[in-house]
Design a protein around this ligand. Structure first.
Ligand SMILES: [Mg+2]
Length: 104
């Protein structure tokens, strides 16, 4: 299994080694969004670099997590578990979180 914690530290170190930004958090959010746009464009244009663009999204996200001192692996595992327990009900073609909306 992949060690995301190690990978996120490796990505951060690469940014340091190559003199990329690790201080301007808003810039990193923008760059991460930009990679998502590139992936969407690759998908829409049926380009072969879609997989690489998706990887860029993950790389930027992991780098951002390390800059913000967030253990993204732990957060993902916790959130996936939380999402599995959520109960939804379809109301007017919309998936509504039963527990959040207090619906029976
Ligand atoms: Mg890219």
């Amino acid at each position: 299994m992949i060690d995301l914690k190690k990978l996120q530290k490796e990505i951060y170190q690469n940014k340091i080694d190559k003199n990329f930004n690790v201080k301007d958090v808003d810039l990193e959010f923008d760059l991460t969004r930009g990679e998502l746009d590139e992936a969407q464009e690759a998908h829409q244009q049926k380009r072969s670099d879609l997989r690489e663009e998706l990887a860029d999204v993950a790389i930027y996200l992991l780098g951002l997590a390390e800059i913000l001192k967030v253990d993204l692996e732990r957060e993902i595992v916790e959130k996936v578990s939380k999402n599995k327990k959520r109960r939804y009900k379809k109301i007017n073609r919309e998936q509504v979180d039963v527990d959040k909306q207090n619906i029976k």
